[in-house]
Design a protein around this ligand. Structure first.
Ligand SMILES: Nc1ncnc2c1ncn2[C@@H]1O[C@H](COP(=O)(O)OP(=O)(O)O)[C@@H](O)[C@H]1O
Ligand SMILES: [Mg+2]
Length: 330
């Protein structure tokens, strides 16, 4: 990677207590994001994407345990004291959720929602916060900013509300934005508008982004690098274009085969079976029950990540199967 890392996640482990036993939700996740870099975290539902983001923002439930290391610039995020943590969350990083309506107080106006954070942390006066919010609202294509500021969330459409969320994320000028499926809950007609606005803003402002999605095509179009997550672990990482052009993990190849192509007409091949959560995985590689290439070794021995052709990939059989993974039906 060319840039020095802004956020480094090293061997992150997240577990929760469940009936006196511990359930692993995120296993051995390592990921780094450079300054002004966009990284995609892709995987099916339940693979641990949101949990990884919550860990990186220290927003996990009290029942959760974390292991490993999360470093933001020179700070150890998992060890920040209350004051430094509040500062980290309010100024260094920001989070855009999947469903804006679930994360906004319906009884407060848009102006109150946008300004209370930066004013409370002493970053801006109320006047400065309103002025900056107005400017950002115009930047994200909200025409009548003053009128919108006086409105309540229910008076705004989902797409407009997600633009307000982008404004809220940008307001304190963070270095890194975690975008957790930011367009998944929106109508398809506004999804691409909101995505384009988010991208334009982070590029113009040189903000880094960790973009979380189940949509590999979308992720590859909007990020520099991709990490593919399965059952709480990252199974493959590579530059976005390379990952899609030549996937080296059977799961990545399966995700690519199961999505419609805009340039070719072909039958979609679903990955058989269902995705697993980390705690459901047995010994060996968690993808074994769905993998057309699994051999006995895969069921007993967890594959280590190795660097092959510039990808980091966790599969025992990469060298043998790499060329076959490009075929439509393995
Ligand atoms: N608060 C929680 N307590 C226990 N398990 C949880 C909690 N939140 C999520 N999980 C479980 O953790 C796993 C990963 O969830 P999540 O990170 O939300 O997945 P993703 O964002 O990739 O869809 C899932 O199996 C989910 O059921
Ligand atoms: Mg999620």
């Amino acid at each position: 990677m060319s840039q020095p890392s802004l956020l480094t996640i090293d061997r992150l482990h997240v577990g929760v207590r469940h009936r006196r036993a511990e359930r692993t939700l995120v296993r051995d996740v390592s990921l780094s994001i450079g300054a002004a870099e966009s990284v995609g975290l892709v995987g099916e539902s339940g693979s641990g994407k949101s949990m990884s983001i919550k860990a990186a923002m220290r927003l996990l439930p009290h029942t959760a345990t974390t292991g490993g290391r999360i470093q933001f610039e020179d700070r150890d995020v998992l060890k920040l004291n209350r004051r430094d943590l509040a500062r980290y969350r309010s100024r260094d990083v920001a989070l855009i959720h999947q469903d804006p309506r679930a994360h906004i107080n319906p009884t407060r106006t848009i102006a109150q929602f946008l300004t209370e954070g930066p004013v409370h942390t002493g970053q801006m006066s109320p006047g400065e916060a309103i002025e900056r919010a107005c400017g950002l609202m115009r930047d994200v294509g909200i025409a009548d900013a003053e009128r919108r500021l006086a409105q309540f969330p229910h008076q705004l459409s989902g797409g407009l509300l997600q633009r307000v969320m982008i404004v809220a994320a940008l307001l304190p000028s963070p270095r890194l934005i975690f975008a957790d499926e930011p367009t998944t809950a929106l109508d398809v007609t506004v999804q691409s508008d909101v995505m384009a606005i988010l991208l334009e803003q982070i590029r113009d402002r040189h903000v880094s982004m960790l973009f979380v999605t189940h949509d590999l095509d979308l992720a590859s179009a909007v990020t520099d690098r991709l990490a593919v997550m399965y059952a709480g672990s990252i199974v493959e990482t590579a530059a976005s274009a390379e990952l899609c052009a030549r996937p080296l993990h059977p799961y990545t190849a399966g995700l690519l085969r199961s999505r419609p192509s805009t340039t070719r007409v072909h039958r979609l091949t679903a990955i058989p079976g269902r995705p697993l959560a980390a705690y459901e995985a047995r010994q060996g590689c968690p993808f074994v029950p769905r993998c057309p290439f699994a051999i006995d070794r895969c069921s007993v021995e967890l594959p280590e990540r190795r660097t092959i052709e510039g990808h980091s990939v966790a599969c025992h059989r990469v060298e043998e199967i790499a060329d076959r993974l490009q075929e439509r039906v393995p």
